[in-house]
Design a protein around this ligand. Structure first.
Ligand SMILES: [Zn+2]
Length: 124
């Protein structure tokens, strides 16, 4: 898994940034984080891991140390779990777009991860 070394460093750095930025953002908003009250989130603040690749808009998935796949929703819901190397089911080491795998499902919630180019070749 050496080829993922750099990607792992980048994705782990991003996870830490999202955790930090989320805290800072919620502090700016006060008690009611659902009401931004006209406060504009600073451009450099990232409070979510990406759902889609840009450019292209293709679905992204995250993969873990044990080879599992997680959807962006579960990644964003469980950010605190993603940096524990001793928990390989959750330790995220990379992120890719799903180009053509029509048979990819999130291992946490079971939701299908849409593919970009996959063809619907079922006979039914
Ligand atoms: Zn999921």
């Amino acid at each position: 898994m050496n080829q993922y070394g750099q990607m792992k460093i980048e994705i782990q750095a991003k996870i830490q940034k999202v955790i930090t930025d989320r805290k800072a953002w919620s502090q700016m908003l006060g008690d009611d984080v659902s009401n931004t009250n006209g406060i504009i989130k600073p451009y450099e603040m990232i409070t979510e891991m990406d759902y889609y690749a840009w450019p292209g808009g293709y679905s992204l998935f995250y993969f873990t140390k044990d080879g599992g796949v997680l959807c962006p929703k579960c990644v964003n819901k469980n950010l605190e779990l993603l940096s524990d190397e001793d928990d390989p089911q959750w330790y995220v080491i990379g992120c890719e777009m799903n180009e053509e795998n029509d048979d990819m499902y999130c291992e946490n919630c079971g939701e299908q991860i849409e593919s970009a180019y996959g063809e619907d070749d079922s006979d039914e």
